[in-house]
Design a protein around this ligand. Structure first.
Ligand code: GAL
Length: 362
């Protein structure tokens, strides 16, 4: 054990009252400096004032945020960020070798809260994986990805949709869980193929009229489906459309601005990045018109080495949207990073310009 240097200093100087005050001052300063030098960085609370895409992003405890493939719910003036917990060893299961589908053991869905979007408080694992029942859909050996949460005002319930799959991704189900609180715990209700159609990468979108839709990569990822959910958001209705037929789009993220619907998505190359797609529609049912790669700047052709997961409408601003993406590290998935970048609205659609650091305008 080390002794703090101020301890011996104090014994030498404490002779007069004047000296004592001086000694207290010096001792305090030395102890403060010692304290700063000796506290490990990860325990110091951090106050972030800007976004730094691709850098490690710590929560209010100083721990890296662990919420991948995530989405945001804004409720009662607080943002809640839900995402996949990725921790432990990354390995390549034999069944996924042909497409390099590495994985980590499934841990659950994390939740963080924030008032300013820069600083996030960890709220816990709100849908933990099941440890001891290998037959359970949420068993740690299975796939649990891309959670998105909506608030159903009529039922006063928080509804989580997610991609639930077997280790080899052959199940291709959408899963649903609910909670009476945004910070969980969420109760798992089960999973299914909406209208019998495969469902892998997905997102949910709530329109201004309160209707909610599931966007999901279907037909073995070749074609996307958009499906109206029931009024309680717990199930798909029979009303759905097939869009971007044969275009193999994944990682859908949707937003609405001035009556138009916009979508960003990736191509279909697993964890490896590819060129993003974008599209616009006057009605959510289409027709959807593709607008090409919205990214601009270095590595725009690989979505800045990222993949979309959600587009966040910033509260109380009519034209401010943030693209949330994941920069997956295929051979060390827990080290995957977040790329949050501002959406630039244009006459025809939108763009995403690379920024090394940035903040929201006041
Ligand atoms: C990506 C997909 C991710 C994950 C990954 C597995 O294409 O967007 O959510 O499923 O494949 O390799």
């Amino acid at each position: 054990m080390f002794a703090a240097p101020g301890v011996t200093l104090r014994g030498d100087i404490m002779k007069t009252t004047k000296n004592r005050r001086w000694a207290v001052g010096i001792t305090g300063a030395v102890l403060a400096a010692w304290h700063i030098l000796c506290i490990p960085a990860h325990t110091a609370p951090v106050g972030h004032t800007q976004f730094k895409p691709g850098e490690i992003w710590t929560d209010t405890r100083g721990t890296p945020i662990n919420a991948h493939g995530g989405g945001i719910l804004y409720y009662d003036k607080v943002y809640y960020w839900y995402g996949e917990v990725k921790t432990g060893k990354t390995w390549l299961p034999e069944c996924n070798r042909s497409w390099n589908g590495t994985r980590v053991e499934t841990v659950g869905i994390s939740c963080y809260s924030s008032g300013d979007l820069y600083n996030w408080k960890y709220e816990g694992n709100v849908l933990p994986a099941v440890q001891d029942d290998p037959g359970h859909e949420l068993h740690k050996s299975k796939v649990l990805e891309r959670p998105k949460v909506l608030y159903n005002a009529a039922a006063r319930r928080f509804v989580m949709w997610m991609h639930v799959d077997s280790q080899d991704y052959s199940l291709a189900h959408a899963g649903v869980a609910t909670s009476s609180s945004p910070t969980g715990p969420f109760q798992y209700l089960g999973s299914f193929r909406p209208n019998g159609a495969m469902s892998r990468d997905m997102t949910v979108f709530m329109d201004e009229d309160g209707k909610a839709y599931l966007f999901h990569a279907s037909e073995n990822n070749a074609t996307m489906h958009i499906c109206l959910l029931t009024a309680d958001y717990l199930k798909p209705t029979e009303r759905f459309v097939r869009v971007f037929e044969g275009r193999s789009m994944e990682a859908p993220a949707v937003f609405k601005h001035q009556g138009r619907y916009y979508l960003m998505a990736s191509g279909c190359t697993g964890w490896a990045p590819n060129e993003a797609r974008s599209a616009v529609a006057e009605s959510i049912w289409g027709p959807w018109k593709e607008l090409g790669n919205p990214c601009r700047g270095p590595q725009a052709e690989s979505t800045f080495r990222g993949q979309s997961t959600y587009i966040l409408p910033v509260a109380d601003r009519s034209s401010t949207f943030i693209l949330m993406s994941d920069r997956w590290i295929q051979n060390d998935l827990p080290d995957s990073r977040y790329l949050w970048l501002p959406i630039t609205l244009t006459d025809k659609g939108f763009q995403v310009h690379w920024q090394t650091t940035w903040r929201l305008n006041n």
